[in-house]
Design a binder for this molecule. Structure first.
Ligand SMILES: Nc1ncnc2c1ncn2[C@@H]1O[C@H](COP(=O)(O)OP(=O)(O)O)[C@@H](O)[C@H]1O
Ligand SMILES: [Mg+2]
Length: 354
């Protein structure tokens, strides 16, 4: 059953449409990431779900209740913001208890719930600390505890780890995922970081200029991007512009059969799908190699100056200046934003230049 449904949501600020016709179903217990560049409308959507921003068009349904016009405090949602907005003059326990007091729970109930939620977020025994005595990561854990203690049906997080350093961010991400699984809580997580979305989400919603580009699992989003934007936004991608003539790509290094109509296209190839081999006749040359331990990333300069990246095994011994032939085992064909075809596998033919 779907726990959260957005139906044709729309929002304008100052007569500019910032959210266009966003529809989405989130299943019970699912973690969905809203992913997009800055200004794409992620926070606005989240704020509409939380009740902090009224939509101009469309509706929001939680369970079987239409909450479109319900104020935030009466929605079964809990929100965690990027800047955690904790009350710095209160203790950790007081911060977490605040919402429970508003709900007039007994002191014993409040104490029990606060103790339990502190355990859940890994802050057992921190109740008496002042907020300013905590590290950034601990403060974000308190913010999450404060949302969770009210037992919302839906947890909303707006870039909660954006201000933390990378190691801490990765750790908190894993912890959040564990907590979310354990509680089975339906979650909308906003991020502009593709790594975060790929590692956290059951499904990712990619947004661009207030519109949904694609909704898919991390795996599908990476392997089968449906638009040029998604192909370039998620992961690393080589784009090679060329023309199609009589069913073939008019490109010296990728003269491959492409079953689309004639006209300009871009060939999109992931670095791990691009293979290289030494070939003294090739006009493509290695520009640089970078050893990442797990793999070697080889930058290649094409005759027209375009740079490509190929991911090679850690043992490979390529050198700058070396000419290499290329082949790809998975090529997506885009014309403008539209994906026309995926070709797999593709062995580029040997070079035809003189
Ligand atoms: N209160 C507001 N008044 C006017 N414009 C706003 C307001 N909130 C957001 N916007 C605009 O709406 C667009 C989407 O913003 P936002 O949802 O914050 O994007 P994101 O969270 O993806 O960075 C942006 O162009 C932003 O400038
Ligand atoms: Mg935002």
């Amino acid at each position: 059953m779907s726990q959260l449904t957005l139906k044709n949501l729309g929002k304008s600020f100052d007569e500019t449409d910032v959210i266009h016709d966003v529809s989405l179903d989130v299943a019970d217990g699912e973690l969905v990431c809203l992913l997009g560049p800055s200004g794409s409308g992620k926070s606005t959507i989240l704020r509409m779900v939380g009740g902090f921003e009224p939509p101009d068009r469309g509706s929001i349904i939680i369970g079987d209740h239409d909450v479109t016009h319900v104020p935030p405090e009466r929605r079964p949602t809990g929100m965690v913001f990027q800047s955690h907005a904790l009350w710095s003059h209160m203790s950790v326990a007081e911060n977490i208890a605040f919402g429970l007091k508003l709900r007039r729970l007994s002191r014993a109930d409040i104490r029990e719930k606060v103790t339990n939620v502190l355990k859940l977020v890994g802050l057992d025994g921190y109740g008496a600390r002042r907020v300013w005595q905590l590290s950034g990561g601990q403060q974000q854990r308190v913010a999450i505890a404060r949302a969770l203690v009210l037992e919302p049906k839906i947890l909303l997080l707006d870039e909660p780890f954006a201000s933390l350093d990378q190691h801490l961010r990765e750790r908190l991400r894993e912890e959040l995922r564990d907590i979310q699984r354990r509680l089975g809580i339906t979650t909308l997580f906003v991020t502009h970081g593709q790594d975060e979305a790929l590692s956290l989400a059951d499904r990712i919603v990619v947004l661009k200029s207030g519109k949904i580009e694609q909704v898919a699992s991390p795996d599908r989003m990476y392997r089968d991007p449906q638009t040029r934007f998604v192909a370039g936004f998620i992961g690393s991608m080589n784009f090679i512009a060329c023309d199609i003539r009589n069913g073939y790509a008019d490109h010296p290094l990728f003269p491959i059969a492409v079953p689309v109509s004639d006209g300009p296209v871009e060939l999109a190839i992931r670095p791990e799908a691009l293979s290289i081999r030494p070939d003294t006749n090739s006009p493509a040359r290695i520009h640089r190699t970078t050893d990442y331990g797990t793999h070697i990333l080889v930058d290649i300069t094409m005759p027209d100056g375009v740079r490509l990246k190929a991911m090679c095994p850690p043992s490979s011994a390529y050198k700058a200046g070396q000419p290499v032939a290329l082949s790809a085992d998975n090529v997506a064909i885009f014309r403008g934003e539209e994906k026309l075809a995926t070709i797999t596998p593709v062995a580029s033919r040997s070079l035809t230049h003189a």
